[in-house]
Design a protein around this ligand. Structure first.
Ligand SMILES: [Zn+2]
Length: 196
């Protein structure tokens, strides 16, 4: 009896281990696809490249509920491309500065839809991080908003409204954060976050 109980436990552990490995492999496959898609997105128009990179990253960002990030910069041939894709945490991501690109902007996703999170607008930290590095930024949200973080004017501007040009998380509930403006100045971002 004891032996058979142990066997069941052993089988359960084994099954659990195999399941974990299967999930890890699925994640690895997704990451490989994401890296290939991001690498393929290149060109000369900054907004086009940012949108293509973020569109690819959105899918994996939703399924894994993690932020993904990188930098956009010009390579030696003058082509705009993304640096290595970094998988971050649920609410933060720190890209790796590329030595082989002349960086112009950062990009990151805001993971999957979460009723308790404020994800539809770039944060004060987002714009401050870009300003510190002397670059601009691009952000995609669970609701499918595509934002430009302009550190010259210190404001964030929606380049595309919900789902108009980047994928939307299927779980996203429209209107859950109230009104989302077309743009926010740095001060308006501070005020918005203070009211949360
Ligand atoms: Zn952000």
């Amino acid at each position: 009896m004891r032996k058979s109980v142990l066997s069941v436990c052993t089988l359960a552990l084994l099954a659990g281990g195999l399941w974990t490995i299967a999930v890890a492999l699925e994640g690895a496959e997704e990451m490989a696809t994401l890296r290939a898609d991001v690498e393929a997105a290149q060109g000369h128009d900054e907004v086009d490249v940012a949108r293509a990179v973020l569109s690819a990253a959105q899918i994996t960002s939703f399924s894994q509920n993690l932020e993904f990030c990188g930098y956009l910069g010009f390579d030696g041939a003058g082509t705009l491309r993304s640096s290595q894709v970094v998988r971050g945490m649920v609410d933060e991501c720190s890209p790796l500065w590329p030595d082989d690109l002349e960086v112009v902007a950062s990009w990151h996703t805001h993971a999957a839809y979460d009723t308790g999170a404020w994800s539809e607008v770039p944060t004060v930290i987002d714009i401050e991080a870009d300003e510190d590095e002397g670059i601009d930024g691009y952000v995609a949200t669970p609701g499918g908003r595509f934002w430009f973080v302009d550190t010259e004017t210190m404001e964030v501007v929606q380049l595309c409204d919900r789902g108009a040009c980047v994928p939307v998380d299927a779980a996203y509930v429209a209107g859950s954060e109230g009104d989302v403006w077309q743009s926010y100045t740095y001060q308006e971002l501070l005020d918005r976050e203070a009211a949360q």
